[in-house]
Ligand binder design. Structure first.
Ligand code: NAI
Length: 700
């Protein structure tokens, strides 16, 4: 190894602390791997993927690991340490781009066999091996670490096998190596849920042997290599579960739990993983062989390909949040009601300093109380909760306006009240601060009419409940500057949400596409179809909840308001709502929040009758196609820039069956011509509201 490479390694290592003493012996360097040997003959192998800030286990990186191992076998060190040269972590997993579009099972099997042969060599290396883990150690990265004799974690490490979220299970031997290392039921649960563990929890579960500070790395590695670190042993339960009948009993429970979250007809991966373990759990080698075939089968399914698509849609939305380096330091929220209070609480929870103003001091106090509840729900410790609540500052005098980088207005949906607020605060705001409204229906151009500087005015449309909904619509009007839009997107990223850039149009994107679906459900109720049947139709399609339950969740009053607003402002036909709905709302039957809507609600749950009738295909189309049609209209009208952003936004805002890849992706898979034909047929039967959008013909 040449001087510059050694310097590079040492400078990288400086980010984490000392490398193995001073005595690093430069040795070899490959494209993605760098090897150094210290004075005690311990080899330090750095994973340093070329031209990337994050290590992912691409095919070429694995193949090259094979070359490295061959070299090490020929010059066997006393011990081998694998660590990452990236600050971001050990390895974020497989290169998911390589999964996209895979349809040839045979080809996948052959590539996996090669990759397995390489990591099996690491497993079999004739010297002690240590994975030294910081940051993310996920998927394939953890599977490599599982091939080592020891795993040492730095305190910031996060470990997990999240493949299930992509409709897959681990494919590089993890399905057998993890249950061999730790309690097999815990291992299966980790893989079936895709959850990650921090270093401390990983140690508790036996996934890592020790959690160490950087300054103790060298000592810890030396004692591991000397065999002085206590190894893990599969405990009593592990031994018990080496029998097939015992695994069958556990597997039954796993099946039932998985099916609740992910119905097997839509999500085949959990069942495939459970079956692997059930059938091969006592024969590691056989299980790894079977894992290859099973992984290859899953990767070619529509479910996996669509979930991989959704992963990239999320990345595309997140990328928007990185279009500026500017960050929001302090937020000021005006209006501490249902939305403003929760927006302020969420910002504080995410690490921002927030001042919260409302003329009603008890409303502010209530918002702070909800902030404390949020911390409890999210299992924050007492000291973390104190820090979060310290950042949420009641501001009855509205003084925070002058210090904020972003002012979010969430006062009642009345243009006069909003105008009054803007007139009072605009002159006090910092020159470069952003002014945002959470309006859900007032055109931004009308709101901006009283502003001196409309360029920095933007919509940040949060959804209710704020702490659960992953998407925020970032709403532009004609005068919004690019700088304002970039900063608003960045802010949404800062608070852990996906920004969806939309144009100011009635209902923006999400309400515009959701309302026709909810209204059609109400029309069908009016025709005498049971609420349970309608919900079953949508849930059977893969929606997280049916439209009737959703309407109850949102609130029937809010549904009605938004529907009336859309009817008034759009020249597109929407169904006439039955009079009984207005009467219901007037009576105070508003849905979940009042305990009665379309359903009776008890303990936060709708009381549904069992055995809903089979809805049939036409019913599903009547619900779904108005939503797809509205998506096409939004795309055609340029309310959102492209199909991918639209699909991502609708999935992350509404939970639209993710395994279908998004509403327009689903429409494409059925064929635009077919969608148009069904819409035309429905229009003939039920009225103009089903008339196909012209956009279906333009883009097929
Ligand atoms: P809310 O009625 O719960 O809260 C409004 C708050 O503003 C009240 O606490 C009130 O005391 C306060 N307020 C009134 N005049 C004020 C003034 N001059 N200065 C400061 N505060 C003042 O209303 P909510 O539901 O929170 O709605 C707020 C905004 O968010 C509206 O524009 C609404 O359209 C929008 N929105 C509401 C959603 C929902 O589900 N409730 C969802 C998305 C957006």
């Amino acid at each position: 190894m040449t001087g510059p490479i050694l310097a590079h390694l040492q400078s990288r290592a400086m980010e984490f602390g000392p490398l193995a003493g001073n005595a690093v012996e430069p040795e070899r360097s490959w494209q993605h791997w760098k090897l150094a040997r210290d004075e005690k003959d311990i080899a330090w192998l750095f994973f340093d993927r070329q031209e990337a800030s994050v290590n992912v286990l691409s095919q070429d990186a694995i193949s090259e690991l094979g070359v490295v191992l061959e070299y090490l076998e020929s010059k066997l060190p006393k011990g081998l340490v694998i660590r990452s040269a990236k600050a971001s972590g050990f390895c974020a997993g497989a290169n998911i781009e390589e999964f996209l579009g895979q349809s040839d099972e045979k080809e996948i099997v052959s590539k996996l066999q090669e990759a397995h042969a390489i990591v099996d060599r690491l497993d079999a290396l004739h010297c002690p091996t240590v994975a030294l883990i910081h940051g993310s150690c996920l998927g394939g990265g953890l599977e490599v670490a599982l091939c080592c004799d020891y795993r040492l974690a730095l305190p910031d490490a996060r470990l997990g096998l999240p493949e299930i979220r992509l409709g897959l299970h681990p494919g590089l031997g993890g399905t057998s190596r993890l249950p061999q290392l730790i309690d097999p039921v815990e291992a299966m649960t980790l893989m079936l849920t895709g959850k990650t563990l921090d270093a401390r929890r990983a140690k508790e579960k036996g996934l890592v042997d020790a959690v160490i500070e950087e300054r103790h790395v060298v000592k810890a590695v030396e004692s591991a290599v000397a065999g002085k670190l206590k190894g893990q042993e599969s405990g009593f339960k592990g031994r018990l579960l080496t029998t097939g009948p015992a695994r069958q009993i556990e597997a039954r429970q796993m099946r039932a739990r998985s099916a609740e979250k992910a119905p097997p007809e839509h999500y085949p991966a959990p069942e495939a993983l459970i079956r692997l373990w059930e059938e091969h759990g006592s024969n590691a080698k056989e299980m790894r062989r079977a894992e290859i075939g099973s992984f290859a089968r899953l990767l070619t399914t529509d479910t996996a390909q669509n979930l991989i698509r959704v992963f990239f849609l999320g990345e595309k939305l997140k990328k928007l949040a990185r279009s500026t380096d500017r960050k929001i330091g302090q937020v000021h929220v005006i209006g501490a009601g249902a939305m403003g209070g929760d927006i302020a609480g969420w910002c504080a929870f995410q690490g921002l300093r927030v001042t919260l103003h409302d003329p009603q001091t008890e409303t502010i106090a209530d918002a702070v109380r909800r902030g404390a509840e949020l911390c409890k729900r999210k299992h924050r410790s007492a000291s973390e909760t104190r820090d979060i609540l310290d950042r949420l500052i009641p501001d009855p005098d509205n003084k925070g306006v002058a210090k904020a980088d972003l002012v979010i207005e969430a006062v009642p949906e009345k243009i006069d009240i909003k105008h009054q607020v803007y007139k009072e605060i605009e002159a006090q705001m910092k020159q470069d601060a952003l002014l945002a409204t959470n309006t859900s229906s007032i055109p931004l151009v009308e709101l901006a009419s009283v502003l001196e500087r409309p360029g920095r005015f933007i919509g940040l449309h949060f959804f209710n409940p704020v702490a659960r909904m992953q998407l925020v619509e970032v709403v532009e009007h004609a005068q919004t500057t690019k700088a304002a839009r970039d900063l608003a997107n960045a802010f949404v990223g800062q608070i852990g949400r996906y920004p969806a850039p939309v144009k100011s149009a009635p209902g923006f994107l999400v309400n515009r596409v959701l309302i026709p679906y909810l209204l059609e459900a109400i029309i069908l109720l009016d025709e005498g179809i049971a609420a349970e049947t309608l919900d079953r139709a949508a849930e059977g399609f893969g929606m997280p909840m049916g439209p009737v339950e959703l309407a109850d969740h949102v609130g029937l009053d809010i549904c009605l308001d938004v529907a009336d607003m859309l009817k008034e402002r759009l020249d597109q036909p929407l169904p006439e709502l039955p009079q009984w709905l207005r009467e219901k709302v007037e009576k105070g039957d508003l849905g979940r929040k009042s305990g009665k809507g379309f359903y009776l609600w008890k303990g936060g749950e709708p009381q549904k009758k069992k055995n809903a009738a089979d809805p049939g295909k036409e019913l599903l189309d009547r619900l779904l196609l108005p939503m797809l049609n509205a998506c096409m209209t939004c795309l055609r009208e340029g309310i959102i820039a492209d199909e991918e952003l639209l699909d991502g936004a609708v999935i992350f805002a509404t939970g639209f069956a993710p395994f279908r890849g998004g509403p327009l992706h689903y429409a494409r898979s059925r064929g635009f011509a077919k969608i148009t034909a069904v819409l035309a047929e429905l229009a003939g039967k039920h009225g103009e509201r089903f008339a196909p959008d012209p956009g279906w013909n333009e883009d097929s």
